[in-house]
Design a protein around this ligand. Structure first.
Ligand SMILES: CC(=O)N[C@H]1[C@@H](OP(=O)(O)OP(=O)(O)OC[C@H]2O[C@@H](n3ccc(=O)[nH]c3=O)[C@H](O)[C@@H]2O)O[C@H](CO)[C@@H](O)[C@@H]1O
Ligand SMILES: C=C(OP(=O)(O)O)C(=O)O
Length: 474
């Protein structure tokens, strides 16, 4: 993810605007506005919070819709997030018709006019690279800008490329682009992933769906988002078995068509609100949260003494006394998710005793520690391990979200800090949390989002009420 402030989608001003969350339109319409969140700590929360569709499921699913040469895909519960707008824009730049209204995306990929995804779009979001597999397998070629690294680590794509090469693609790198070509169709292959990469598993699974013959992905990632993608691909006519296990078998088919699919709830958004309940000592119902997707988070929170009750519609979280320190190690699913590490650290700051957090997935995912230290947090980092001294009262401060989950963790810490916390770097948070200010405020938090700097003042009132903007299907 690059470090520019907000996404500029000003070309979409003729698109459809329907009801929803203010910041998305503010950011996308003017592209120049920065904002800050101000939280006054100490409020108890109560009530229910609805979890939106999963960012990390919808992004590969939108990319996979490129594979549908006939019919229209209808993707329900697509969260109105900046990342979703970016991947939609990537598809449009390929000549594909995309319409986004009321959390439903329609994609007509009947016609593709170019196989190139430019630097301008791919730099905004790493997941844009997921269009490589679908384009290569359907069109025989793809030229995609290198996604590069980001705040949390170097994030190479060698495993994606290894998979495409094993299926017969020729890969060339030049001028910041990766060019992949194949004569005829990709061929099914046996691919062992050196690391159980989520993105590589998804990209290879999509490429293999239209390949000739059978592909086996060994040491595949097992995340619920992989299963959701496989379910969508199968609804399009693919033959995929084993998604959710370490061995996925894909029997290639000749063509795929658009399908209707509802995206799974976002387990990381759900986990974040579960921690909001625990950190504030409140009683919240997290509607839509799926316990089975959150097993390691639930189990760690219970070990700390948090009370958790699951039913078929969601999860209730509350506390009955002080929380205990625990040790946490991030791992690929079904281990503790790296995307919940910083939020968990915020909670551990309020527990009694010393906790140890070990990050094994990304090499540089402790950037929030420095920001938390500004709030008087006692954390010592050595390599991939952080030692957290819990129990001290956090103090409100001026802090900056260094990445998406770091931003969420700072908001959580701010909910219990003494005084006001000002959080900037909100473009990170907007990638992954729909209306976090509105949702927390409705639960009783004292939280506001304010403009920090408005370069262009026009059209502010015009954009209310709002939601997402996308051009109509042609
Ligand atoms: C859009 C999306 O779904 N993002 C998620 C996805 O990212 P993403 O798919 O990028 O994460 P990966 O699972 O690929 O990365 C995991 C580890 O594998 C390494 N690696 C990855 C690919 C590769 O070719 N070579 C390689 O060495 C990475 O550097 C990292 O250390 O999974 C991560 C791990 O759960 C989450 O934090 C991200 O939120
Ligand atoms: C790291 C994340 O996302 P991405 O892979 O899109 O950067 C995340 O969702 O926490």
């Amino acid at each position: 993810m690059d470090s520019t402030t907000d996404i500029n989608l000003s070309g979409l001003t003729n698109g459809i605007v329907t009801g929803g969350y203010k910041h998305i339109i503010q950011n996308t319409r003017r592209g120049t506005m920065m904002s800050k969140i101000i939280v006054r700590g100490g409020k108890k929360l109560s009530g229910r919070v609805r979890i939106h569709g999963a960012k990390n499921a919808v992004l590969p699913i939108i990319a996979a819709s490129i594979l549908g040469s006939e019919g229209v895909s209808v993707i329900h519960d697509a969260p109105p997030l900046d990342d979703v707008l970016v991947i939609n824009k990537v598809l449009e730049s390929l000549g594909i018709a995309v319409e986004y209204r009321n959390e439903t995306i329609r994609v007509d990929a009947g016609r593709i006019t170019t196989c190139e995804a430019s630097y301008d779009l791919v730099r905004k979001m790493r997941a844009s690279f997921l269009v490589m597999g679908p384009l290569l397998t359907r069109m025989g070629q793809a030229r995609i800008s290198l996604p590069g690294g980001c705040a949390i680590g170097t994030r190479p794509i060698d495993q994606h490329l290894k998979g495409f090469e094993a299926m017969g693609a020729e890969i060339e790198l030049g001028q910041g682009y990766i060019e992949a070509r194949v004569n005829g169709r990709l061929k099914g292959a046996k691919i062992y992933l050196d690391v159980a990469s989520v993105g590589a598993t998804e990209n290879i699974m999509m490429a293999a769906a239209l390949a000739e013959g059978t592909t086996l992905i060994e040491n595949a990632a097992k995340e619920p988002e992989i299963v959701d993608l496989a379910n969508y691909l199968n609804a399009m006519g693919a033959k995929i078995r084993g998604a959710g296990t370490g061995l996925i078998r894909i029997d290639g088919v000749e063509r795929l068509q658009g399908a209707v699919h509802t995206v799974i709830p976002d387990r990381i958004e759900a986990g974040t609100y579960m921690i909001a309940a625990a950190i504030t000592g409140s009683d919240l119902y997290v509607e839509g949260a799926i316990g089975d997707h959150l097993r390691p988070v639930i189990s760690k929170m219970q070990e700390m003494g948090v009370q958790i009750e699951e039913d078929e519609n969601g999860i209730r979280v509350y506390t009955v006394g002080p929380l205990k320190a625990v040790d946490v190690k991030t791992l690929p699913y079904p281990g503790f998710p790296t995307d919940m590490q910083s939020q968990m650290m915020a909670l551990l700051l309020t527990a009694e005793g010393t906790s140890i957090v070990t990050e094994t997935v990304f090499e540089n995912r402790f950037m929030h520690v420095e920001q938390m230290a500004n709030m008087s947090a006692q954390i010592k980092v050595e390599g991939r391990t952080a030692v957290i001294s819990g129990g001290a009262r956090l103090q409100g401060a001026k802090v900056c979200a260094t990445d998406l989950r770091a931003g969420a963790a700072l908001i959580l810490a701010a909910l219990v800090a003494e005084g006001d916390t000002e959080i900037t770097g909100l473009h990170h948070i907007d990638r992954g949390y729909v209306g976090i200010t509105e949702k927390l405020s409705l639960l009783g938090a004292e939280i506001r989002r304010l403009p920090l700097e408005i370069v262009e003042e026009t059209e502010r009132e015009e954009v209310l009420p709002l939601f997402a903007v996308q051009p109509s299907l042609a």
